[in-house]
Design a protein around this ligand. Structure first.
Ligand code: NAD
Ligand code: APR
Length: 238
């Protein structure tokens, strides 16, 4: 029976809900330059372009068509029924984990549903797409909010808490992530180092698949519910 589990999710877990991944065929980085839309320098050069990029994502999951899938639901079930400790760390900026019911959840790359004051770092819930009228209420003069997402070259959120969880987990599960972006791509090494079992769930063998002790190949919506049932029944990977 596992006692402490850390789950890392990436764009792949939301793919079957209809959100595009970044690096797969037809992924977002095929038609957008990272340095234009996902760096502080890009934002300084052209904030409207960056806001348009995130607003397009924002609108996609606010139009009612995007719902959590069986993968998200299974992780929420695991949180509810597992008697040990669970932390879900997501690289995703969508809100599908929380809509499925996950609460012990850390958005290490930020949240699309929020804007952030660049001076105080206070966050504000967005009820409509980004625009120049989105300003903070914490500063005088009011500051224009920036997307509450982590761009390349910036520090992801919650690294201390993640490190702490990885140091003491006995199972680490990575779901739907290409394993190309650090520090998330290195979490498997930390978990291995501390003696945890490590398992990857992906449609393909991802970049760092050889670092995982187990590889479960297939759709997150099919594999995650099965693995969750096994864990809840006290089974250990072998
Ligand atoms: P890096 O991959 O070394 O990342 C540096 C830090 O930024 C990491 O801690 C990472 O977690 C974080 N980060 C920032 N924004 C992120 C986001 N939106 N998603 C995930 N992680 C994010 O990158 P770097 O050294 O800052 O980047 C150097 C350059 O390499 C970048 O300007 C970028 O254009 C390029 N790059 C390209 C790709 C690609 O897929 N083509 C991937 C990574 C970096
Ligand atoms: N089930 C399981 N895995 C899937 C599925 C699916 N239905 N669909 C796609 N995948 C896998 C792909 O095989 C791929 O390995 O999900 C992975 C998605 O990889 P990326 O698009 O690179 O997404 P991710 O790893 O989350 O990207 C990391 O990069 O640019 C940044 O901020 C961005 O947080 C993101 C980070």
């Amino acid at each position: 029976m596992y006692q402490q589990i850390v789950v890392l999710t990436g764009a792949g877990i939301s793919a079957e809900s209809g959100l595009r991944t970044f690096r797969d065929q037809d992924g977002l980085w095929e038609e957008h330059k990272i340095e234009d839309v996902a760096t502080p320098e890009g934002y300084a050069r052209d904030p409207l372009l960056v806001e348009r990029f995130y607003n397009a994502r924002w609108q996609q999951f606010h139009n009612g068509a995007i719902e959590p899938n069986a993968g998200h639901m299974a992780l929420a079930k695991l949180e509810k029924e597992f008697t040990g400790e669970l932390l879900v760390v997501t690289q995703n900026i969508d809100d599908l984990h929380e809509r499925a019911g996950s609460q012990r959840l850390l958005h290490m790359h930020g949240e699309l549903t929020k804007g952030r004051c660049p001076r105080s770092q206070q966050t504000f819930l967005l009820t409509e797409p980004f625009g120049p009228k989105h300003t903070c209420t914490c500063c005088i003069p009011a500051q224009r909010l920036r997307p509450h997402v982590v761009w390349f070259g910036e520090m992801p959120f919650g690294l201390d808490r993640i490190q702490h969880a990885l140091d003491s987990c006995d199972l680490f599960i990575a779901i739907g992530t290409s394993g190309t972006v650090y520090p998330a791509a290195g979490f498997v090494d930390t978990a291995n180092h501390h003696g945890a079992q490590t398992v990857e769930i992906n449609l393909v063998e991802a970049d760092r698949h050889s670092q995982f002790q187990y590889h479960l190949q297939g759709k997150a919506s099919e594999i995650v519910p099965k693995l969750v049932e096994d864990i809840l029944q006290g089974k250990i990977l072998s």
